[in-house]
Design a protein around this ligand. Structure first.
Ligand SMILES: *Cc1c(COP(=O)(O)O)cnc(C)c1O
Length: 405
């Protein structure tokens, strides 16, 4: 018999690999857009588990899907298929440009599959010279070695030995910088329609359209990483639908499972055929529990009420942030779309986003940062107006505290 374990924040430092620096509090319960910690203190959640808890905490539709599936069948692996995976794939295909779906467990894995697929597609259709992937500065595509190397922050990929090659970075929203790099050696351009981790920077419509044209001119594939922007977050099921630009491959995760780990890569039949039997795989990909929850998430989110609600919530967020800014003058602008917003700190407060994040937690509000200059909000898509206004009251107190110094 072991003695009962005292679960405190100090235990983290004792037993966990030190690659994270979590806050002092430990949440134990969540309901909708509210969370409670070990001490029973209540928080409004504008972080949403970093754009994951798309329907808030413990949404009844997701709880029901999980419980129902948990009593039927948990896992098979891919030597057998299963009903939830096939239903979810059919719904994703019906709702998007895609004709084929590959399931995995995370955003990085969805991108890893996409990047391997573009290389294989190029090898099958052209020759070994066509391997180059163009990506963008400040982009983020996950933490596996391939995805971190495609990502635009060298500090995430340096220091692990030789990197995967044939990856170049252009400047986001600068089409000329892409024209300078693209050639017949390019097999794909990889882009987030709104850069998330990089600072909530929306792609210009003309830029994204231009990428589509350049890909068509050079026989390259256009990959949209919608891991953060997908599943209703911008008021459309996927952000590409806001732009009228259709990618060849789309990756999705985060909001897809509403808190249950699941990811997917969507593409066309013609491209998908290059991942033949045996070329790629995942033990858990398409797991029945994950797919049952994601199916319930898609059913709930892909409705006019929820998608229109996201844009209504955006308007309330912007109104509240404008009021706070009129009083305290801390933001230069508010960027982003729907329930993916970034309040950009002005010159005076540049580099201090973490102070706002910590002050917010002190006042009972979970926010996020996106780099050092942006306070990010990625709450539940179905957060109520009352919860937004209460959260903003707390955020106003936090901002006042930072301003007071
Ligand atoms: C979070 C994120 C990823 C990585 O997803 P994981 O589930 O953490 O692997 C990839 N791309 C974008 C745009 C993201 O925001």
């Amino acid at each position: 018999m072991t003695a009962e374990i005292q679960v405190t924040r100090a235990l983290f430092d004792d037993v966990m690999v030190p690659n994270y620096a979590p806050a002092k509090l430990i949440p134990v319960k969540g309901q909708g857009a509210r969370v409670w910690d070990q001490e029973g203190r209540e928080y409004i959640d504008f972080a949403g588990g970093i754009a994951v808890s798309s329907l808030g905490h413990c949404h009844p539709a997701l709880v029901n899907a999980l419980k129902t599936q948990a009593e039927k069948l948990w896992h098979l692996s891919n030597v057998l298929t299963n009903e939830p995976a096939l239903r979810l794939a059919k719904k994703l295909v019906d709702a998007t440009f895609a004709e084929k779906v590959y399931f995995c467990n995370s955003g990085a894995e969805a991108n890893e599959a996409a990047f391997k697929l573009v290389r294989r597609w190029a090898l099958d259709n052209f020759d070994e010279s066509k391997q180059e992937i163009i990506s963008f500065g400040k982009s983020f595509h996950g933490r596996t070695f391939f995805t971190v190397t495609v990502g635009g922050q060298a500090s995430y990929s340096d220091g692990f030995g030789p990197k995967p090659g044939a990856i170049v970075h252009a400047e986001f929203n600068n089409l000329d910088s892409v024209k300078a790099l693209i050639s017949d050696k390019t097999c794909a351009i990889v882009v987030e329609p709104i850069q998330g981790e990089g600072g909530i920077i929306p792609g210009d419509a003309a830029f994204l359209k231009g990428l589509r044209e350049l890909c068509d001119q050079h026989n390259a594939l256009l990959v949209f990483d919608e891991v953060q922007t997908g599943v209703g977050r911008t008021g459309q099921l996927y952000a590409y639908m806001n732009y009228g630009v259709t990618p060849d491959i789309l990756t999705t995760a985060k909001s897809l499972g509403g808190g249950f780990p699941v990811g997917a890569m969507l593409t066309t039949t013609a491209i998908a055929q290059h991942l033949k039997v045996g070329t790629h795989g995942s033990t858990y990909g398409g797991n029945p529990l994950a797919c049952a929850v994601a199916e319930a998430a898609i059913d709930t989110i892909n409705t006019p009420e929820v998608l229109e609600g996201v844009l209504k919530n955006e308007a309330i967020f912007r109104e509240c942030l404008a009021t706070i800014n009129a009083e305290h003058k801390v933001f230069a602008e508010v960027r982003g779309k729907g329930m993916l917003l970034g309040a950009v700190l002005n010159e005076q407060y540049k580099g201090r986003s973490r102070e706002f994040f910590l002050a917010a937690a002190d006042h009972g509000l979970f926010a996020l940062v996106a780099g050092t200059d942006v306070v990010r909000f990625a709450p539940s898509l179905v957060i109520t107006e009352a919860e937004i206004r209460e959260g903003m009251k707390r955020f106003a107190s936090a901002v006042a505290q930072v301003v007071k110094g």
